[in-house]
Design a protein around this ligand. Structure first.
Ligand SMILES: NC(=O)c1ccc[n+]([C@@H]2O[C@H](COP(=O)([O-])OP(=O)(O)OC[C@H]3O[C@@H](n4cnc5c(N)ncnc54)[C@H](O)[C@@H]3O)[C@@H](O)[C@H]2O)c1
Length: 340
C-alpha cells in the first residue's frame, strides 16, 4: 500500500502513522500536512530515517500540490485526518478556518479522487460523533450510523458538511469513500489545548484546572491506538460508500475524568475551578459501534481498563518534558488564544 495520510503531524494522525509503520513495515506512508499550530513534526521524530516514511508540507486546499504528491508517490490509498479540530477555537473567532480546511479541503480531496479514479482505490474520511449533536444526559440512546446530523458547534457543522460532501461524491461519482464517526480520543501527542494534556500540564505547574459548567457532560473516550486499529480495519476491509461509528463503550462524565487525573497526579479537588459553560455545549455523546464490531473490531482499552490507559497517557505527558517544552516555547501564542 502507498498510503497518503493528511494531517499526520497532528494528534490522531501521528498515532496512526506510528501504528501503521509498526504493523506494516513495507507500506509506504506519505504524511501530507500544512503544519498549522496543531501540527508537530516532533510527534514523528523517530521516523525521520525510515525510508518508507516521508513528510510533505502542504495544504489540502492546494489541489495542484496534493494531486502532484499523489501522482509522484503513486498513492493508492488516502486517509484524511487534516482538519481544524478544536471546538473552542471554532466558537472563539476562527470559524472561517474550519470552513476552509474542513469543507473546502475535503471537497478538494474528493475532486482529486474523482479525477484519479484509476489510481486511487479508497479514501477514508475521518470524522467525529459531534456531527450527531447531543444526547439526553439520563437517556440510554446512542448514536448509530443512521442518527440524524444535528451539529451544535461551528466545528461540528464543518465536519458534518464535509461528511455530506463525501456522501454526495459517492452517490454522484461512485467514488470509493468511507466515512467514520469516532468519539473523543485520548493518548500521547495531543496538542495541549485539549482537556487531558491541558489539565496535566496545568497541574504540573500547580495551576487550577477549569471545568466547564457543572462538569456532568458525558463523553465516550477511546484511546488513539484503538481508533487507529479501527481505521486500519476499514482501510483494508471496509465497504465503499458506508459510514462507520467508532467508540469504546466508555462513557464518562467530565468531572469523573477530572477527578481521575487529579488522583493520578496526587492533587485534590481544590485544584478545580468551575468556569462558565461553553456556549452550545453538548451534554452527552455515546456511540453505538456494533457495525464495526460485527467486522471483528474490538478496542484494547474499554471501560474496564480505562484507568490504565489514562494513567499511561498522563505519565506520557509528564515524562516527555522536551516535547511539552518545545510546544510551549514555539506555540505559546496559539495556546493562549484557545485557553478561554
Ligand atoms: N481528537 C478527537 O478526539 C477526535 C475525535 C473524532 C474525530 N476526530 C477527527 O480526527 C481528525 C484528526 O484530529 P486530531 O485531534 O488529530 O486533530 P489535530 O488538530 O491534532 O491535528 C490536525 C492536523 O491537521 C493539520 N492540518 C490542519 N489544516 C490543514 C490543511 N488545510 N492542510 C493540511 N493539513 C492541515 C494540522 O497541521 C494538524 O497536524 C480530525 O479530522 C478530527 O475532526 C478527532
Amino acid at each position: 500500500m502507498n498510503l497518503l495520510v493528511t494531517g499526520g503531524a497532528g494528534f490522531i494522525g501521528s498515532n496512526f502513522i506510528h501504528y501503521m509503520i509498526k504493523k506494516y513495515p513495507n507500506y509506504k506512508i506519505i504524511n501530507y500536512d500544512k503544519l498549522t499550530y496543531a501540527g508537530n513534526l516532533d510527534n514523528l521524530k523517530d521516523l525521520e530515517d525510515n525510508s518508507n516514511y516521508k513528510f510533505v508540507k502542504g495544504d489540502i486546499c492546494d489541489y495542484e500540490l496534493l494531486e502532484n504528491t499523489i501522482k509522484t508517490e503513486n498513492i493508492d490509498y488516502i486517509i484524511a485526518f487534516a482538519a481544524e479540530s478544536h471546538v473552542d477555537r471554532s466558537i472563539h473567532g476562527f470559524a472561517k478556518d474550519f470552513i476552509i480546511t474542513n469543507v473546502l479541503g475535503t471537497q478538494t480531496i474528493l475532486e482529486i479522487v474523482k479525477n484519479n479514479k484509476e489510481q486511487i482505490k479508497r479514501l477514508v474520511h475521518v470524522s467525529t460523533d459531534e456531527v450527531y449533536g447531543s444526547l439526553e444526559l439520563d437517556g440510554k440512546d446512542r448514536f448509530t450510523e443512521s442518527s440524524n446530523f444535528k451539529p451544535n458547534s461551528p466545528y461540528a457543522a464543518s465536519k458534518a458538511s464535509s461528511d455530506l460532501f463525501c456522501r454526495a461524491y459517492v452517490k454522484t461519482f461512485h467514488l470509493p469513500v468511507i466515512v467514520t464517526h469516532c468519539s473523543n480520543n485520548y493518548g500521547p501527542y495531543q496538542f495541549p489545548e485539549k482537556m487531558i494534556p491541558f489539565f496535566v500540564l496545568k497541574l504540573l505547574k500547580n495551576e487550577k484546572i477549569p471545568v466547564y459548567g457543572d462538569g456532568l457532560n458525558v463523553r465516550d473516550w477511546i484511546h488513539a491506538i484503538d481508533h487507529s486499529n479501527a481505521l486500519d480495519l476499514l482501510l483494508h476491509k471496509g465497504v465503499d460508500g458506508e459510514t462507520y461509528n467508532i467508540g469504546s463503550d466508555n462513557e464518562i462524565k467530565n468531572i469523573d475524568i477530572t477527578k481521575a487525573i487529579l488522583e493520578l497526579m496526587g492533587k485534590d479537588e481544590n485544584s478545580i475551578e468551575y468556569v462558565k459553560d461553553r456556549p452550545g455545549h453538548d451534554r452527552k455523546y455515546a456511540i453505538d459501534s456494533s457495525k464495526i464490531k460485527s467486522m471483528g473490531w474490538k478496542p484494547i482499552y474499554t471501560k474496564e481498563n480505562f484507568k490504565e490507559g489514562l494513567k499511561e497517557t498522563v505519565e506520557w505527558y509528564i515524562n516527555n518534558k522536551e516535547w511539552v517544552e518545545n510546544i510551549e516555547k514555539n506555540k505559546e501564542n496559539e495556546l493562549n488564544k484557545c485557553v478561554k
